[in-house]
Write a protein that binds this ligand. Sequence first.
Ligand SMILES: Cc1cc2nc3c(=O)[nH]c(=O)nc-3n(C[C@H](O)[C@H](O)[C@H](O)COP(=O)(O)OP(=O)(O)OC[C@H]3O[C@@H](n4cnc5c(N)ncnc54)[C@H](O)[C@@H]3O)c2cc1C
Length: 418
Amino acid sequence: MRVAVIGGGYGGLASAARLAKLGHEVALYEAGPALGGALRPILSEDGPWPSPVSGVLLPAVIKDLFRKSGRTLDRELDLEHRELIREHRFEDRTTLNVHGGSRGAQLEELGQEWVDYVESFSETWEVLRTTYAEVPWDRAHPDKRLRRLLTSRETLAKRAKRTFKDHRLRIIAEYGAAATGQNPRYTPAWTGLEVYLEQRFGMWDVVGGPEALAASLADRMQTRNVAVHLGTPVQDVVVRDNAAVAVALDGGEADADAVVVATDPRRFPALERLTTQTLPAIPPAITWIELDAPLDLPPEVVLHGGAMITLRHTGTHLTAIAHAAIGEDLVTALRRHRIDLRGRIVRQYDRTPPQTVEMWNGSPLGISWAGPRTVFDRPGPTTPFKNLYAAGAHATPGAGLPFVGLSAALVAQVIGPA
Ligand SMILES: Cc1cc2nc3c(=O)[nH]c(=O)nc-3n(C[C@H](O)[C@H](O)[C@H](O)COP(=O)(O)OP(=O)(O)OC[C@H]3O[C@@H](n4cnc5c(N)ncnc54)[C@H](O)[C@@H]3O)c2cc1C
């Protein structure tokens, strides 16, 4: 089959690699000048900055992608286990560390209440994995256990409030949602399961950074003979008799037997009905800072009190990510948390949320939760259109590298071998 994949981010690359290995003739259309989407370095007038994307959960998903598309991961890239996932610094000057891949370390640092909370997601993950994340689901007739989980009205904020007396543990439980631009009061409780994945499978860093992952997948496009069209924005999907038949480009139409949308489908007028019930999750404001020397900080530190700021740190680069207006100078905000950058900044680059949306040609954070219904409104792997499939952050099972990786595996499953 001729398959057109729209979008050269992780979702599009993973879909294209898998489908090409299954014997399809794959064309990948990327609006920007290079592949990788949010994994790519950020280009500014005074030089590149590292992608703000950092660790990877569920390493098995990346391993599966590499294995099923030609060469195993260990022949191309190294993953390093991150023992201390992140440090949370609170307004009262206390600190809590989240360690990965170890119940014992979490018990020692965060206590029994925390490990019990984490354990409560074990069944959630089992249901999601076996009926939704690893096998294509039927949203009209979901498995009974899945339906019960997905239609529950309990929100993440409610679950965290009911579970923890210590407000700091509540904040940590809600962190995964808050860090991806979601409001925990509209986010279903089951989405809090990232804490389980962190404890059970650990957090991993790709050696060389997300850029190395993007570069390796770009190479795989060549080895799998995917026809890559850079600087080629798809203007729309051509739909006839409710079936996707081509993609519309500036210079005309490119016919396809199947189309995989691995971008925000709201960009395509013909697909309007896929998106009328949802809104995109707005990316954060980001400041990149180059320092005169590395800081003595863990790779990820989250500052609470006022607007939450996530700091990601590699070598002399510091990336500050905030989903709400900080309301003061960043250097002053960091000083309140004992991080003193005065006189140490070599260069700095600031992007507002609208600028990051422009930079990435959309939101790499997928859609915004507005209650339990949202999961049914999110497309993927199939859509109401024949021969149209959805992968990436805007599709089932959602944003974040592990889930985007799973979305591509789901699309490859439903399309099947050539
Ligand atoms: C600040 C930030 C930090 C993050 N940190 C992490 C992290 O630490 N760990 C983690 O697992 N996840 C993280 N994520 C989430 C993760 O990066 C994304 O969910 C994932 O990369 C999305 O991949 P994607 O392919 O769906 O989208 P994208 O990477 O956004 O790629 C979409 C691609 O489609 C292209 N495109 C758009 N429109 C068109 C068109 N009309 N025609 C052709 N091409 C088009 C774009 O140019 C882009 O290249 C982070 C996200 C953000 C914003």
